[in-house]
Design a protein around this ligand. Structure first.
Ligand SMILES: [Zn+2]
Length: 100
């Protein structure tokens, strides 16, 4: 499954149109919360289930999106964080679970 089009809808949402015609709207807050980089993964592992992360505006604002090979995108956040590689399969999964 590959995205046909990825674009920022507004300051809070990313829209992904897939090659099977499905379209998902994923909130940037959710994307940042699920950042798959090693640093964030380790950070999340340390946190308890009841921990509520607080993000600054810069942490949930996208500066740039770059394609990584033909399987992923990397997201450059305004706060300078850019180590998260979001694989298409992962994005698809988030999208499927973003009914809200
Ligand atoms: Zn990260």
């Amino acid at each position: 499954m590959n995205p046909k089009k990825i674009k920022l809808m507004d300051v809070k949402n990313l829209s992904i149109l897939w090659d099977d015609g499905k379209e998902h709207l994923i909130s940037l807050l959710k994307l940042r919360k699920l950042c798959p980089c090693a640093t964030c993964l380790a950070e999340r592992e340390k946190q308890s289930k009841s921990y509520i992360p607080v993000f600054s505006e810069n942490q949930i604002t996208i500066d740039q999106i770059k394609q990584v090979g033909n399987y992923a995108i990397s997201i450059f956040w305004k706060d300078g964080h850019n180590t998260g590689i979001y694989e298409y399969t992962f994005l698809r999964l988030i999208g499927e679970n973003s009914k809200d």
